[in-house]
Design a protein around this ligand. Sequence first.
Ligand SMILES: [Zn+2]
Length: 90
Amino acid sequence: MDEVLTAALRDAVFDRLDYLDRLAGESDQHSKAALADTEIVRLTYAFRALLAEHSSDERGRCKQCSGWLRSRRHPCSVWNIAHRHLLTGS
Ligand SMILES: [Zn+2]
């Protein structure tokens, strides 16, 4: 992916996250309930897909973070971040 497309992808994702943050923080209760109905499912689906990409292979290494020359033990940083934010709330 070239730099322009990479920047467009990054900006689009961060813009969407910013939009969701604004809705969650500034909208009324009815809008927040509607947001929860639609966006929580999308976010958990995305989170599961991301975690699946970073699952362990048969040798206990992250499939995505391990490369040809270097292996990364599972859980990788993606799983550690998920655990920290989903379970410890920090
Ligand atoms: Zn990983």
